[in-house]
Design a protein around this ligand. Structure first.
Ligand code: FAD
Length: 515
């Protein structure tokens, strides 16, 4: 092994390592899983963003945690090799890539854990860091009628991938992000150690890895909190002309107690036009629903706002009971009365709602085109300014995809994790989910994202990027703010040579010669 790695150390150019070296490497690593040359396998050098591509040395398909530890240990014996866990590669800016390093395909471990537990009367499931949330959902519901409490909108994402960021959707106002809904992790640190951690055991690693952008360790198992799964969901969209009314109602709903509000609250901005992607047709939930623009007041501006909510119920609930509960909640809202869209769907169907969009986008080629997305957390104190300048002026004609906006509560996020948030109890997630054809427009849209961030900085808005992407250490320092020192200390403890997640471009690989 040492001889083989020695050769790689001298040979810093991954291109010049022939394939038979990879097979030698495979033997010397003594993996149960498999290893493929980075040159042959394209997948490890790409991601959903389609904006970056790099060539890894090799793609490793580990059979389990021990394989992952072996790879990290092997990299640590060299002066330059890095290791990136790749969940499902749904990052936008190359975060799961390793230029000239090892990429670990976490999906190959997805079947490794699936164990239900009951602790002090509460239900949990142990799942692999490489499991897709959609599989966790389907298996938990069909086998136990239980389900995780906090989701992302789209579920073909891995458990380890979203826990390394936060994992946010319309349930987060009540239960917090996914990082607030796990109680134990198994992690392979950058020192190649396999460590189980929780709030009470190795807690620095536990909280550090949650939202830690893959910097402290590779999550190989997570213990996820479960609740009883509802059978059905009433899914509703209502429309506003005024941003202040939209935010007032959204904030009202997210600050009510359970039972006094909906179970899911999101929203989006759309253009006041008949554009099929960006305008009125993007609102109805069903082809049978008609969006009648005659109901929009004459005073409406260039953009409108849609509040999207959902109420859980059981098959045993009478339709009239559900109707009454929904009407009671809707009548407190100031939306346009006649622009209201409702649909009853199964709970699983509701959670898999974006899958349909994926199939549609795949069919028309948009799924594989570049995605210059921008995700920002913006404080309530800054959101009106953001709306006035960004939504109503810069993006008034839409972005060729959804422009999500909905409020979250800081008190539902654990400040001990590595996630970075703006100040203030109520903040909004704004997600500009652009779907654009390949071509020169992509660069323009990346530039527009920069322009938006620069404008936020210039105006002194209270905001933080979600799924952040920066090139310089100075920018990362600014991003972490007063949490930078703690993050650096955690990095030094758990990945002192900066082997892990090089695609985040936060720390430079170093080499510490072991005595
Ligand atoms: P990857 O992109 O493969 O990896 C992301 C980062 O995490 C990389 O740095 C990687 O090295 C690291 N990593 C991956 N696995 C592990 C692991 N096991 N242990 C440690 N580090 C690891 N996010 C939301 O919060 N809410 C949403 O509703 C939402 N919807 C989305 C919809 C779509 C269509 C897409 C493309 C993305 C969406 N996201 C959403 C963003 C998503 O959460 C992130 O892109 C996430 O990183 C993707 O997960 P992944 O499994 O593909 O991770």
């Amino acid at each position: 092994m040492i001889a083989c790695l020695g050769r790689i150390v001298q040979d810093t150019d991954a291109d010049s390592i022939p394939d038979d070296d990879v097979s030698t490497l495979s033997e010397s690593l003594d993996l149960q899983g498999t290893i493929e040359s980075g040159g042959i396998t394209g997948v490890a050098g790409k991601d959903f963003g389609g904006l970056y591509s790099v060539k890894p040395l090799a793609l490793i398909k580990p059979s389990g945690t021990e394989d992952i530890a072996r790879v990290v240990n092997a990299a640590s014996r060299t002066s330059h090799l890095t290791v990136a866990a790749r969940g499902n590669g749904h990052s936008i800016n190359g975060q799961a890539m390793a230029d000239g390093g090892f990429v670990i395909d976490m999906r190959s471990t997805e079947e490794n854990h699936f164990k239900p537990l009951t602790i002090d009367g509460s239900h949990y499931i142990d799942v692999s860091g490489g499991a897709l949330w959609e599989d966790v959902l389907k298996r938990c519901v069909s086998m136990f009628r239980l389900a995780p409490r906090s989701w992302t909108d789209y579920l073909s994402l891995t458990v380890g991938g979203t826990l390394s960021n936060a994992g946010v959707s319309g349930q987060a106002f009540r239960f917090g992000p996914q990082t607030s809904n796990v109680t134990e992790l198994e992690v392979v640190t950058g020192k190649g150690e396999i460590t189980v951690c929780s709030e009470t055991q190795n807690s620095e690693l536990f909280f550090g890895a949650l939202g830690g952008l893959g910097q402290l360790g590779i999550i190989t198992r997570a213990r996820v909190k479960l609740q009883r799964a509802p059978d059905m969901v009433r899914w509703i969209r209502v429309v506003y002309t005024e941003f202040e009314e939209f935010t007032r109602d959204a904030e009202f709903l997210v600050t009510q107690e359970e039972g006094e509000s909906f179970d899911y609250v999101e929203g989006f901005v759309f253009s006041n036009s008949d554009d099929p992607i960006n305008g009125w047709p993007s609102v109805p939930l069903d082809p049978d629903h008609e969006f009648n623009p005659a109901y929009i007041p004459q005073t409406a501006g260039s953009v409108l706002y849609c509040l999207e909510v959902a109420l859980h119920y059981r098959n045993s609930d009478r339709p009239s009971t559900v109707d009454t509960a929904v009407s009671r909640l809707l009548e407190r809202l100031g939306s346009i009365q006649r622009l209201k869209f409702q649909l009853n769907v199964s709970y699983v169907e509701f959670l898999l709602r974006v899958k349909q969009g994926e199939e549609h986008a795949k069919a028309n080629g948009n799924w594989d085109s570049p995605h210059p997305w921008l995700n920002i957390f913006i404080s309530k104190s800054s959101i009106v300014d953001f709306d006035r300048t960004v939504f109503r002026k810069m993006l008034k004609d839409g972005i060729g995809g959804p422009m999500l906006i909905y409020p979250l509560l800081r008190s539902k996020w654990d400040s001990r994790t590595s996630v970075v948030l703006p100040e203030g109890e109520i903040f909004y997630i704004v997600a500009l989910l652009r779907f654009v054809p390949k071509g020169p427009t992509v660069e323009k849209l990346v530039a527009q994202n920069h322009e938006i961030i620069q404008w936020c900085n210039k105006e002194g808005l209270d905001f933080k990027l979600y799924l952040p992407h920066y090139q310089s250490k100075e920018d990362w320092k600014r991003h972490f703010g007063n949490q930078w020192t703690r993050f650096v200390e955690r990095k030094t403890s758990f990945d002192p040579m900066a082997i892990l997640a090089p695609g985040q471009k936060i720390f430079k690989r170093t080499h510490i010669i072991k005595p």
